[in-house]
Write a protein that binds this ligand. Structure first.
Ligand SMILES: Nc1nc2c(ncn2[C@@H]2O[C@H](COP(=O)(O)OP(=O)(O)OP(=O)(O)O)[C@@H](O)[C@H]2O)c(=O)[nH]1
Ligand SMILES: *[C@@H]1O[C@H](CO)[C@@H](O)[C@H](O)[C@H]1NC(C)=O
Ligand SMILES: *[C@@H]1O[C@H](CO)[C@@H](O)[C@H](O)[C@H]1NC(C)=O
Length: 479
């Protein structure tokens, strides 16, 4: 994916539009293993919620024997029995409608986190008039998640984020719960979002949305209603059409409220929507609600304690489990006695980008920062390949990394590893990241939430040949 280079990101609007049109590298999973683990996941869930077991078995058994036409009448048939399986207050409410979404396959974990924020503001608009629940798109088949031998598909959000915290912002449920309570693996209406064939005429920006013929070849088969539903092969989309859209997330609201009465609606290619208001109060409320899963924070905290002499008491980085109560005055966080570094490599260097340093350049900057800030340790988060890491170790002998054992990797997965790296960088006394990496941007936000002085956060490496090395924008929290 040598051409998989982000362009035009970190733009002034800060909207982080996605610009990667490369198709994803096909990730193939041995069928049997995938299938087994899927059933395991269902049964694990059922074990925790005994009431679900019967329903799940019923759904699985029924689907196995029904022809597609009969399967389509299942939703209503099963809905009658769903009251007993209700797992959340939101789900129990009458006339609940479900919003689902997905993102262009090549997009990474951290851009997807940004798209969640855009969808959350659409949810807030919908909730003003109707009862909607957001169904969290399972994680998986991400281009960057390449650790071999671990199954990384159908991963629920709770593996990376704290669901009760998300729920304090907007009502959300996992996909498995949607399956259990909505009456089966059916999404009634799918809208594939796209731009306008003719582009937009200069000088006249207007928000608009129209049903149009699909521009790209559909990723769904129209007759059989199959597509990529996060690895849930039995899921069917009952109707697929394309919407050309130009505007912020809430531009879709009237369509959902007035043009369709489908109970479940999925917006695919949701990255085509822009932020309603980037950096505003709603934006930050949603961002603050995206609290990392506790087990990942604990893993990061233990590592800080053990290898970086860093604790919340000493570093003044106390974290309130209830994000609505977390309001730290800027500049009060001190951070642990180490330099935090995010060095994005791989596709960022393949394109020979001018704004990304060589390893020698990065090492030089690291040493100068250690000196300036009188620090002895540097924590480095990076996606660098093994050869580069070896070189980096020679150039920066004092470097510390979170190197998982195979068991830890299997437990946390590539996404959890990214979260732990981000969490540790977020607690450093001083942080420096990589130009226009959404991975670095998410660290900026985390440090903003923790109450760090912006001078210690909004820093990035410069390329050796870069003439004008502009530093990242400070986005101040709005409470
Ligand atoms: N553990 C770990 N993983 C990383 C690091 N940098 C990049 N990655 C991996 O590479 C992926 C790509 O970065 P992301 O930022 O998520 O992807 P993206 O949305 O395409 O963002 P960009 O960085 O802007 O490309 C991450 O999701 C991680 O899986 C790092 O420092 N540590
Ligand atoms: C939605 O309905 C309105 C009113 O009937 C119509 O004018 C508009 O074209 C519809 N929009 C879409 C995207 O279907
Ligand atoms: C599918 O959805 C489109 C857009 O809402 C609608 O115009 C069309 O009638 C639907 N088709 C069926 C078979 O329901």
């Amino acid at each position: 994916m040598a051409t998989d280079v982000p362009e035009g990101r970190g733009n002034p609007g800060g909207a982080e539009p996605a610009h990667r049109h490369q198709p994803p590298a096909p990730h193939c999973w041995p069928l049997l293993r995938e299938c087994l683990s899927h059933q395991q996941a269902n049964l694990d869930m059922a074990a925790h919620h005994p009431g679900l077991l019967m329903l799940l078995l019923l759904v699985l058994a029924t689907l196995a024997f029904l022809p597609p036409a009969a399967a389509q009448s299942l939703p209503t048939a099963l809905r009658a029995g769903h009251a007993a399986t209700s797992l959340s207050a939101a789900a129990a409410a009458p006339h609940t409608r479900y919003l689902l979404y997905d993102v262009n396959p090549p997009e990474g974990f951290n851009l997807r986190r940004d798209v969640y924020i855009r969808i959350a503001s659409l949810m807030k608009t919908l909730l003003k008039s109707e009862n909607w629940v957001l169904v969290l798109p399972p994680w998986g088949r991400l281009y960057h998640w390449q650790s071999p031998d671990i199954l990384q598909v159908r991963i629920p959000w709770s593996e990376f984020f704290d669901l009760p915290s998300l729920n304090k912002n907007i009502p959300v449920i996992e996909y498995e719960q949607f399956l259990a309570e909505s009456g089966g693996p059916f999404i009634e209406q799918i809208y594939v979002l796209q731009g306008y064939e003719e582009g937009w005429k200069e000088g006249t920006w207007e928000e608009k949305i129209d049903e149009r013929p699909c521009i790209d070849q559909l990723m769904y088969s129209k007759d059989k209603h199959q597509g990529w539903f996060w690895g849930y092969e039995e899921t069917r989309g009952l109707n697929v059409s394309c919407l050309s859209v130009q505007g912020s997330a809430s531009v879709v609201a009237p369509i959902l409220l007035k043009n369709t009465s489908a109970q479940s609606v999925m917006l695919d290619r949701a990255e085509n929507l822009l932020h309603d208001h980037y950096g505003g109060k709603d934006y930050w409320n949603t961002r603050r609600s995206m609290v990392f899963a506790k087990h990942l924070r604990v893993a990061g905290d233990e590592f800080r304690n053990k290898y970086l002499q860093s604790t919340d008491e000493a570093d003044r980085t106390h974290y309130n489990e209830d994000w609505t109560q977390m309001k730290v005055k800027t500049g009060t966080a001190l951070g642990g006695p180490y330099l935090g570094v995010h060095l994005r490599r791989k596709d960022f260097i393949w394109g020979h980008r001018e704004d990304v340093p060589s390893l020698h350049g990065a090492a030089k900057k690291i040493h100068s920062l250690l000196k300036t800030h009188k620090l002895e340790k540097v924590f480095i988060a990076t996606d660098a390949v093994e050869d580069e890491i070896e070189l980096l170790k020679k150039l920066v002998p004092e470097m510390v990394r979170f190197e998982p054992t195979w068991e830890e990797l299997e437990l946390y997965k590539d996404g959890g590893m990214a979260v732990i790296d981000q969490w540790i960088c977020a607690h450093a006394r001083y942080f420096i990241g990589t130009s226009v990496s959404t991975f670095s941007f998410r660290i900026h936000e985390e440090r903003e939430i923790l109450g760090f002085d912006p001078k210690t956060t909004y820093n990035r490496f410069c390329g050796e040949k870069e003439k004008n090395c502009e530093q990242p924008t400070h986005w101040k929290i709005v409470y």
